[in-house]
Ligand binder design. Structure first.
Ligand code: ZN
Ligand code: ZN
Ligand code: ZN
Length: 157
């Protein structure tokens, strides 16, 4: 895994805070007494989701690290993919595949399911898949697409 520079971590912290917190929180979580994800009692190691001013929410280290791992490994994969000629030319690349596997390991703990952004078929381990980013109504979305589907949508990066 790549070492994250502080400003990159701050960016990922905002993504986790804005996009991954449950839309509805029980009162104890809104008051910062329990973790926003697992509802375990907040202790001294709890992390404050951004923005923290006026909102006393807390996340336990275990849940927070699990959310962050999804973002870090997605960006590691995306960074490689954008710079790698075999990956961009839709050839099998062991490094790219390794990054994908690392990223996929972060999904079950936070209940994320990989879906292709342009077709309803599941992303199989034997298929070539790309990490893709596109702009939606609530900002950037991070996701995936089959390479065969991607070639029909040249606008995503
Ligand atoms: Zn938790
Ligand atoms: Zn590659
Ligand atoms: Zn597809």
């Amino acid at each position: 895994m790549t070492v994250q520079v502080p400003e990159e971590l701050a960016r990922l912290h905002r993504f986790v805070s804005w996009y991954e917190q449950p839309r509805w929180l029980p009162e104890a979580a809104r008051d910062g007494n329990v973790c926003v994800w697992c509802a375990s009692p907040a202790d001294a190691t709890a992390v404050e989701p951004a923005p923290s001013a006026g909102l006393p929410r807390r996340a336990c280290m275990r849940c927070y690290a699990a959310q962050l791992a999804w973002y870090i490994t997605w960006y590691d994969w995306h960074r490689h993919f954008s710079a790698c000629t075999p990956c961009r030319q839709h050839q099998t690349c062991l490094v790219g595949h390794g990054r994908r596997l690392l990223h996929e390991k972060t999904m079950p703990p936070i209940d994320k399911r990989p879906v292709c952004l342009s077709c309803p078929a599941p992303l199989l381990g034997t298929e070539l898949v790309a990490p893709v980013r596109w702009e939606g109504s609530e900002g950037f979305n991070l996701g995936y697409a089959h390479l065969r589907c991607l070639s029909r949508r040249p606008s995503v990066t």
